[in-house]
Design a protein around this ligand. Structure first.
Ligand SMILES: Cc1cc2nc3c(=O)[nH]c(=O)nc-3n(C[C@H](O)[C@H](O)[C@H](O)COP(=O)(O)OP(=O)(O)OC[C@H]3O[C@@H](n4cnc5c(N)ncnc54)[C@H](O)[C@@H]3O)c2cc1C
Length: 474
C-alpha cells in the first residue's frame, strides 16, 4: 500500500526529511506519495543566498559545522562534495571590540576558556585581576547545580570578565541569546562534562587539546565550518531536485491538523487538503504549537514555551581599497556591555574564498537577538546607517558601500533556556504517543544546520519505521 507522507515546512529540516523519505523508499521499494508543504514562495527557510555583481550574499546561515557529521554526509550523498569549501584558516583570528579597540581573542581560547596560558596572559582583552580570576578555575571545586545558565556557570568558574568580554558576545553570535537564561546543558553540554570529569574547565580543555591530533597530522579534511562554493542555498537546490515532481507545494500555509481514523488530515489557509498516513512537522515550534492545540493541548503548551529571538543581517560590499583595516581575521564579536548595535561582524570575503569580486570585500553585520530586540523596530535604512557608523569606528571605513542588503528573521532563532533539556524530553515523549506524527527542527536538540538535517532525517526514519533508530525523540 502506498504510504502518504506529508512534511510541513520547506526549510533544511523539512527538505532533509523529505529527501530521506525518497532515499528510504528507493532502497526498500516502498510505494511513497510525498508532499512537502511550504508557506512561502520559496524553499530553504532561513537559508537564502543571493549572487549579485560578483558577491555571494548569505541572508541567513553562511556555513555549517563539520564536526557534527550529518550535513556533511548529506552533501556527500547529494553529490556536492566538490562544491564544499573550507574556511581560510590563515585568518582564523576573531576580534573582540572592547573599549573602542579590536582586540584579538587570545590564541587557543575555546569558546569560554583558554587552553594556552601564554597568549592568554599576554592578551589586552582582560585586566590582571580578570586573568587571575579566570585562573582560579584551576583550583575551584566542582559545582552542584545540574541545570545552570551559561551566564551563572561562566561567572562561577571563570569570573565576570570571561562572561562579559568573551562568553556573552560569542554566545550572542551563535544563539542570539541572553546567557543568563541560556541552558548550559542544552547548548554546550561539553562544558558540563568537562567540569564533571576534570573539575577545572581550563585543565579539562588543555587535556583534551593534548589528546586531540595536532593540526596537519590528523588528515582532517574539513575546517570546523564549511560552506558551498555558490552559497548555502546550493544545498537547498540539490535537495529540491531529488524530490519527485509535484511533491513540493509552495505558498500553502498549513493551518489545521486533525486525526482522521488511522491517519491525519492537513489543511491550509489557502484551502488545500492533504490526507496523510504520516505527518512530519518541520516548522518552528511556535507553529507546531498552534497546529497541535486541539490535537494535544499539553504538547501544544510545551511547544509554545520554547521562545524565539529575532535577528537581522546587514551585508555591505566595499571596494577593498575603501577598507583601511587589514581584515586579518574571520570577524568581530561585540560585548553587550559596549552598548552597540552590532552583535558581530563577519569578514565574509576573508573567511571564505569567492564571496566578493576581485578588489572587493564583503562584510556582514548581525543585529538584534534576545538582548537587543527593540533595534529591529527600526527600518532598513536606519539599521544600515547604524552598522555603517560602527564599521567606521571599528574598521575605519568611511566610503559608501557598493552593495547593501538587509535580511530580517523574525522569531526564527529558538532559545534553549534553562530547563530546555527536560522540556525537549517531555515534548519527545508526548509526540511519540501520537501515532504517525513526528516533530523535527532546530527547536529541540540542536539549533544548527547539521542538527536540523539530523532531526529531519531521524523523523523520517521513525515515521517510515526504519528500525535501527526507532524510539529516538525529535
Ligand atoms: C541569521 C541566521 C544565521 C544563522 N547562521 C547559521 C550558521 O551559520 N550555521 C548554522 O548551522 N546555522 C545557522 N543558523 C540557524 C539555521 O539557519 C537553522 O538552524 C536552520 O536553517 C533551520 O532550519 P529549519 O528547516 O528547521 O527551519 P526554518 O529554516 O525556519 O524553516 C521552517 C520552514 O517552515 C515554513 N513554515 C512555517 N510555518 C508553516 C506553515 N504553517 N505551513 C507551511 N510551512 C510553514 C517556513 O516558511 C520555513 O520555510 C542561522 C539562523 C539565522 C536566522
Amino acid at each position: 500500500m502506498t504510504m502518504r507522507l506529508v512534511v510541513v515546512g520547506g526549510g533544511i529540516t523539512g527538505l532533509a526529511a523529505a529527501h530521506r523519505a525518497v532515499e528510504i523508499a528507493g532502497a526498500r521499494a516502498l510505494p511513497l506519495e510525498l508532499t512537502l508543504v511550504e508557506a512561502r514562495e520559496r524553499l530553504g527557510g532561513t537559508i537564502a543566498t543571493e549572487s549579485a555583481d560578483g558577491f555571494v550574499v548569505e541572508a541567513g546561515p553562511d556555513s555549517f559545522l563539520s564536526e557534527k557529521p550529518w550535513a556533511l554526509a548529506l552533501c556527500g550523498r547529494l553529490g556536492l562534495e566538490d562544491r564544499l569549501i573550507r574556511t581560510d584558516d590563515r585568518f582564523r583570528k576573531v576580534f573582540v571590540w572592547f573599549r573602542g579597540r579590536l582586540r584579538p581573542l587570545p590564541d587557543g581560547f575555546q569558546l569560554l576558556a583558554p587552553t594556552r596560558l601564554g597568549p592568554f596572559f599576554a592578551s589586552s582583552l582582560f585586566s590582571w585581576p580578570g586573568k587571575l580570576r579566570m585562573a582560579l578555575d584551576l583550583f575551584l571545586p566542582r559545582g552542584t547545580d545540574d541545570e545552570e545558565s551559561l551566564g551563572s556557570f561562566v561567572r562561577r568558574r571563570l569570573g565576570r570578565q570571561a562572561l562579559e568580554r568573551v562568553a556573552q558576545p560569542l554566545v550572542a553570535g551563535i544563539y542570539t541569546a541572553n546567557p543568563e537564561e541560556l541552558s548550559l546543558r542544552a547548548t554546550m553540554p561539553r562544558f558540563v562534562e568537562l567540569e564533571k570529569r576534570h573539575r577545572s574547565i581550563i585543565l579539562g580543555l588543555m587535556r583534551a587539546a593534548r589528546a586531540a591530533p595536532q593540526p596537519g597530522t590528523s588528515g582532517a579534511r574539513w575546517s570546523l565550518f564549511v560552506t558551498l562554493a555558490g552559497g548555502m542555498e546550493e544545498m537547498v537546490s540539490a535537495l529540491a531536485t531529488r524530490l519527485p515532481a509535484q511533491a513540493v507545494v509552495l505558498k500553502q500555509r498549513v493551518s489545521g491538523l486533525q486525526r482522521v481514523g488511522e491517519g491525519w488530515c492537513v489543511t491550509t489557509v489557502e484551502g488545500s487538503i492533504f490526507d496523510a498516513d504520516r505527518v512530519i512537522l518541520a516548522t518552528e515550534s511556535h507553529v507546531a504549537s498552534r497546529l497541535l492545540r486541539y490535537v494535544d493541548p499539553s504538547l501544544s503548551m510545551l511547544l509554545g514555551e520554547i521562545s524565539y529571538a529575532s535577528a537581522a543581517t546587514v551585508t555591505l560590499g566595499y571596494r577593498r581599497a575603501d577598507v583601511p583595516h587589514p581584515l586579518d581575521g574571520f570577524g568581530v564579536v561585540v560585548p553587550r556591555t559596549e552598548g552597540r548595535t552590532l552583535l558581530a561582524t563577519t569578514f565574509s570575503s576573508v573567511k571564505y574564498p569567492g564571496r566578493a569580486p576581485d578588489g572587493h570585500a564583503l562584510l556582514r553585520g548581525f543585529v538584534g537577538g534576545a538582548l537587543n530586540a527593540e533595534i529591529l523596530q527600526e527600518d532598513d535604512a536606519s539599521l544600515v546607517t547604524r552598522v555603517r557608523e560602527e564599521l567606521r569606528e571599528m574598521l575605519g571605513v568611511t566610503a559608501a558601500p557598493v552593495l547593501v542588503r538587509v535580511a530580517r528573521w523574525p522569531a526564527s532563532m529558538p532559545q534553549y533556556h534553562v530547563g530546555h533539556v527536560t522540556r525537549a524530553g517531555m515534548i519527545g515523549r508526548l509526540a511519540a504517543s501520537l501515532p504517525g506524527l513526528e516533530l523535527a527542527g532546530g527547536a529541540y536538540r540542536g539549533v544548527g544546520i547539521a542538527d536540523c538535517v539530523h532531526s529531519g532525517e531521524s523523523a523520517t526514519e521513525r515515521a517510515l519505521g526504519v528500525s535501527e533508530i526507532l524510539n529516538q525523540s525529535p
